[in-house]
Design a protein around this ligand. Structure first.
Ligand code: SIN
Length: 498
């Protein structure tokens, strides 16, 4: 196939791939530049931002300040963070919340002020949330409403970029996209990737299937540097539906429940976190996730018990978790919730500088797809929506303030829009979960690398879906190369550094 012969061509000053919190924040801030947002699904409900329960961290309390928020972020990240990025994030939080309130967001209140919740590894109560545990949904409703009304923006769903368009000099000048009527070339002076991470590739994940690392894969093929791929965060408490044979996205059981006093119990009813960390259930997320994993292996099952601390108030305080539990036949008011760790978030991705620029001219990245260094080796809870809001806004403003070049002539694409076959994607998910999971070692990573290598042998070189296998292979190689345990990267065959 030579897609270039049959393509429709479109132009926009800025092209945003992805319509989550980061993509829409960037697109809104690009005004008045003509900006197009392309996404597979385009509604307030699509993508992983919608599913975020916990909230948005912001140092708004009287006993709090951005420096304390930054200190907690650095500690959670094992001090591998980029300090300037952390400062920008913590200092930009109050304004990001103010922009959302001005845009009509309805956050939970205590009297006249915003109610601030507590989550793991935060030294202060600083989590802004909406409708109890539906923060992502409220945030996306707000941004989506603003985006639909914005005159400089067009939003198009059912569009998946399968390759970045490059000119003869290697500059990114747009994207090759699979649209409803075939292949399209979208030309733009600047392309922003806001496509999320690859935690959705894992068999057990809190992410939708679209969080498959597709954006990182096409950036990699265009020559962009990726970094920190070994750091994948596993959430300690997803609803354990394994026994019913489920695969794919598991409903999140928000950390805010532990912030509200819910306790983790093993199958013998023992509160195992008490012996492991002074903060017990509110210890750093990676530590809790590993403890849940081990307790599950040792005793058979792990439960989150919110019967006493939340009890009858469950439907009002945590409506999203309550609905997921009820759908699975569990009543969290009267029985403990079965939980399991699940792949949740990628700290690594497309390496970007302080402006969100990648190593390839014309290509920018923001949100989970980007590795700005802000999260270090492990993200602090409720810093991800915040990252999308703060860095998305900054990137949009940056692009309106610089002169953008006229995009050059795009070379023909090198790939056909062909997805990874379902059975290979499922096999990859099982392999990553078994061998490159929250506890790894040299041998398991060797098995992961070999498994991906043999899958690569079954997929044509020109199929765009092959990029996901190459990305997974790069992630496993990064896990092999880091011969230490640091943050979310935990190897049992080496000495822990932090
Ligand atoms: C949660 O609600 O537990 C998740 C919040 C986050 O990942 O930041």
């Amino acid at each position: 196939m030579s897609p270039a012969c049959h393509t429709r061509e479109y132009r926009s000053e800025v092209l945003v791939l992805g319509s989550g919190a980061a993509g829409l924040s960037a697109a809104l801030a690009c005004a008045p530049r003509a900006t197009t947002v392309l996404s597979v699904g385009i509604s307030a409900e699509d993508g992983s931002s919608h599913w975020a329960q916990g909230g948005i961290a912001a140092a708004l309390g009287e006993d709090d300040n951005p420096l304390l928020h930054a200190t907690d972020t650095l500690q959670a990240g094992s001090y591998r963070n980029d300090q300037q990025a952390v400062q920008r994030l913590s200092e930009g939080a109050a304004e990001a919340i103010a922009r959302l309130l001005a845009g009509g967001a309805e956050f939970d209140r205590q009297g006249n002020t915003l109610a601030l919740g507590r989550e793991a590894a935060h030294s202060r109560a600083r989590i802004v949330h909406a409708h109890g545990d539906a923060t992502g949904a409220e945030l996306m409703r707000t941004l989506y409403r603003q985006a639909v009304a914005a005159r400089h923006l067009q939003l198009l769903g059912s569009h998946r970029a399968f390759e970045l368009a490059q000119d003869a000099a290697g500059r990114v000048v747009g994207a090759w996209v699979e649209g409803p009527e075939g292949v399209e070339l979208w030309q733009a002076a600047a392309v922003i990737l806001a496509t999320g991470g690859y935690a959705g590739l894992y068999h057990y994940t809190t992410n939708p299937a679209t969080s498959d690392g597709g954006g990182m894969a096409i950036a990699r093929l265009a020559g962009a540097a990726l970094k920190d791929l070994e750091f994948v965060q596993f959430h300690p408490t997803a609803l354990d539906l394994h026994r019913s044979g489920a695969s794919g996205r598991l409903p999140l059981v928000t950390e805010a429940l532990r912030g509200a006093g819910a306790q983790l119990l093993d199958a013998n009813g023992c509160r195992f976190m008490l012996n492991l960390h002074p903060a017990a259930e509110l210890a750093p997320r990676d530590l809790v996730a590993r403890a849940v994993w081990r307790a599950g292996h040792d005793t058979g099952r792990v439960f989150l018990d919110a019967r006493t601390t939340v009890g009858r108030a469950f439907p009002q305080r945590f409506p999203t978790v309550f609905a997921a539990c009820r759908a699975a036949g569990i009543d969290p008011r009267s029985e403990p919730i079965p939980v399991t760790p699940a792949a949740h978030y990628c700290m690594g991705g497309v390496q970007v500088d302080e402006h969100g620029a990648s190593s390839v001219e014309g290509l920018y990245a923001v949100g989970e797809v980007a590795a700005s260094g802000v999260h270090g080796a492990n993200r602090l809870a409720s810093n991800s929506l915040l990252e999308g809001l703060v860095f998305g806004y900054e990137l949009g403003r940056y692009l309106t303030g610089i002169a953008l070049p006229i995009p050059g002539q795009a070379l023909p694409p090198r790939h056909r829009p062909q997805h990874l076959p379902d059975h290979i994607r499922a096999e990859l998910g099982r392999l990553l979960w078994a061998e490159a999971s929250l506890i790894r070692d040299g041998q398991s990573l060797e098995r992961a690398a070999a498994g991906i290598e043999s899958m690569l042998g079954t997929v044509e070189d020109t199929a765009s879906g092959r990029g996901l296998l190459l990305l997974a292979s790069a992630a496993v190689a990064a896990m092999q190369a880091r011969r230490e345990s640091l943050g979310a990267h935990f190897r049992t065959d080496v000495v822990a550094m932090a």
